[in-house]
Design a protein around this ligand. Structure first.
Ligand code: HEC
Ligand code: HEC
Ligand code: HEC
Ligand code: HEC
Length: 499
């Protein structure tokens, strides 16, 4: 860990020197926040290093049998829940963005590579230079990512299309994502936790959590922050991953940062609003909740210490639902029965879902109303404030919806985020009503039937059958080549599961 960190720091310094001499010609733009912190420029990205990262998970099977076998057990969480088919409003909310094609609830870590290959969002690139997504889409899928960043540098890793990494990122979330697997400590069976992704170290620094200086508790939570966080791709640099934590990790601070740098993930296909897509701010939400504030980490609930048949205590690596291991998780600290705590968490989930859906309904209406206003001849100047309100309202909805387990991690925080989203949505719709009246449009604006995913895809102009056919072809023709190449190189011993 320390070697890696030092290398990073010295490279960043060397990069700074370069940035100063080249500032006149530098094309990349960074915005400095009030705190003086900013996203890295191209020159500040990490260069290749001689850090070795053993990314092949299977090589640890024998020596660390308990941890490996429990890690492998994440393959038992197989269910794919197609969230946008369960709730087709999302197809409208993400209009013009790939999420409207397919978005599923998370399942076991073992399937991360399989799922990113199979999802319609990554399309059907028939060669290494075809779209639609950039390399950054591999970043939270497994330990080949830090390996490639060490070998190619960050620019070398992030630039180019997603398909460039197809034969390289082949191990799902595994040992070298969280451990310094080549260290002496690890060889002795100690955890040797490490963060091997330079952009994550930078983000933790930005919130005053320099990884090497953290205590064991904070380090444990930080390994999950490799991936369970909000992030964006910096299009001004090389589509590299950046965590927008420069003002703080709560919904307002992140929104302010995005507004200050005038960032948008996409422009909505109907309303033309400059949208933000929240990813999964699990670490952020947890840190703001009662357990986070009391130093109870992800590990206490998702990776408890357990006793093997031989009596030896080890860390259970089957990351899943903590209620499935109640005696080793909640019951370590709480006296209540499993049924009682389950009922509390369920009722919070239910209440949050209820208000979340109300916000979705408001947003769906706002997008259709904005489209109607444009069609009636509204001008950009007239629409600007209403679109900004849509942006803020949907950001707040997505922050609460995209976070997984947020109803458990910080229900109070989510309720407030959703309430503020409802307030922004009301503001957007009030502004739109004025514009519609001005242009002689009769309200209420009619919303078409989007009660099924099929209907919603049609309304939004998505040819889902074509998307699926293209994907089939890609999976049949390209993916087997990726697997063969990776096996020949020794990156994996067997191909990731097809489904
Ligand atoms: C998502 C992060 C993560 C992944 C992936 C992961 N580990 Fe761990 N591992 C941890 C954490 C957290 C601990 C406990 C650290 C502590 O006790 O402070 C741990 C502990 C360990 C330990 C120390 C002994 C013990 O059981 O507490 C070993 C050895 C280990 N892991 C091996 C592995 C191996 C082998 C793999 C891959 C098959 C792996 N880990 C994958 C996070 C991870
Ligand atoms: C390298 C990135 C990465 C790291 C590190 C990581 N996760 Fe994940 N996690 C993911 C991805 C990606 C998924 C979704 C996988 C899928 O659906 O294919 C996921 C899924 C999950 C799930 C859902 C599992 C299920 O069966 O439904 C839980 C819970 C979870 N992660 C918790 C954690 C915790 C706790 C940590 C830290 C100890 C952690 N993760 C570390 C990327 C990561
Ligand atoms: C106090 C215990 C606790 C802590 C601490 C905790 N979680 Fe959870 N988490 C849970 C429970 C319980 C659930 C499942 C809630 C349910 O069943 O409704 C869950 C759900 C999740 C899910 C969603 C799984 C799915 O399939 O939808 C993810 C992802 C997750 N947690 C990640 C994390 C991460 C990352 C951290 C730390 C940053 C963390 N959790 C901290 C208890 C905890
Ligand atoms: C390592 C100890 C620890 C573990 C494990 C733990 N908790 Fe807690 N829990 C706490 C602490 C500390 C508090 C805050 C108590 C206080 O402020 O009075 C808390 C508070 C709570 C509360 C009341 C606060 C609120 O949200 O209104 C609930 C409910 C709760 N925990 C549920 C769970 C569940 C469910 C699990 C297992 C998934 C769990 N906890 C696991 C330590 C733990």
């Amino acid at each position: 860990m320390n070697i890696f960190r030092k290398t990073l720091a010295s490279l960043a310094l060397a990069g700074l020197g370069l940035a100063m001499t080249q500032s006149a010609v530098a094309e990349t733009k960074t915005v400095t926040t009030e705190s003086g912190k900013h996203a890295p420029s191209l020159q500040e990205l990490a260069k290749p290093t001689d850090v070795k990262i053993q990314s092949n998970n299977a090589t640890f099977a024998e020596k660390y049998a308990r941890q490996y076998n429990s890690w492998k057990d994440t393959d038992k969480s197989t269910e794919i829940v197609p969230a946008i088919e369960v709730d087709p409003r999302m197809i409208v909310l993400w209009g013009g963005y790939a999420f409207s094609k397919e978005y599923n609830k998370p399942r076991g870590h073992f399937y991360a590579v399989t799922d990113v290959r199979n999802i319609l969002r990554t399309g059907a690139p028939m060669d290494a230079n075809s779209g639609p997504q950039p390399m950054a889409c591999w970043t939270c899928k497994g330990p080949d990512v830090p390996r490639l960043i060490a070998e190619w540098g960050e620019e070398g890793y992030f630039n180019g299309k997603w398909a460039k990494g197809g034969a390289e990122v082949v191990n799902s979330i595994g040992c070298a994502d969280c451990h310094d697997t080549t260290s002496k400590d690890f060889a002795e069976g100690k955890p040797a936790l490490r963060i091997a992704r330079p952009h994550v170290l930078r983000a933790l620094d930005a919130i005053g959590k320099d990884f090497s200086g953290l205590d064991r508790t904070d380090q444990r939570a930080a390994v999950c922050a490799n991936c369970h966080v909000e992030y964006y791709f910096d299009k001004n640099v090389t589509n590299n991953v950046v965590f927008p934590w420069f003002n703080g990790v709560d919904v307002d601070s992140i929104e302010k940062y995005y507004d200050d740098i005038e960032f948008k993930d996409w422009v909505h296909s109907m309303s033309k609003a400059p949208m933000l897509k929240a990813q999964h701010p699990d670490y952020e939400t947890w840190s703001l909740g009662i357990h986070g504030k009391n130093g109870v980490t992800c590990i206490d609930c998702h990776m408890p210490k357990v006793q093997g048949a031989d009596g030896k205590v080890y860390t259970d690596h089957k990351i899943g639902n903590p209620f499935d291991a109640f005696e080793n998780t909640c019951a370590n600290c709480h006296d209540q029965s499993k049924e009682k705590l389950r009922a509390i968490v369920d009722s919070r989930k239910h209440d949050i879902k209820e208000v979340m859906l109300k916000l979705e309904d408001q947003l769906v209406r706002a997008h259709f109303e904005a489209k109607t206003a444009w069609d009636a001849g509204a001008t950009e100047a007239e629409m600007k404030d209403a679109l900004q309100a849509i942006r803020h309202a949907q950001w707040r909805w997505d922050f609460s919806a995209a976070g997984h387990g947020g109803h458990m991690h910080a229900p109070d925080v989510l309720l407030k985020v959703i309430a503020s989203g409802l307030d922004r949505a009301a503001d957007a719709r009030a502004k739109l009503a004025v514009i519609l009246v001005k242009h002689g449009v009769q309200t209420p604006v009619k919303v078409p039937d989007i009660s099924t995913a099929e209907n919603a895809w049609k309304v939004m102009g998505i040819d889902i059958e074509k998307e699926r056919a293209d994907k089939e072809k890609f999976l049949k023709e390209i993916v087997p080549q990726w697997n063969k190449e990776a096996i020949d190189k020794g990156l994996i011993f067997e191909a990731p599961p097809a489904k």
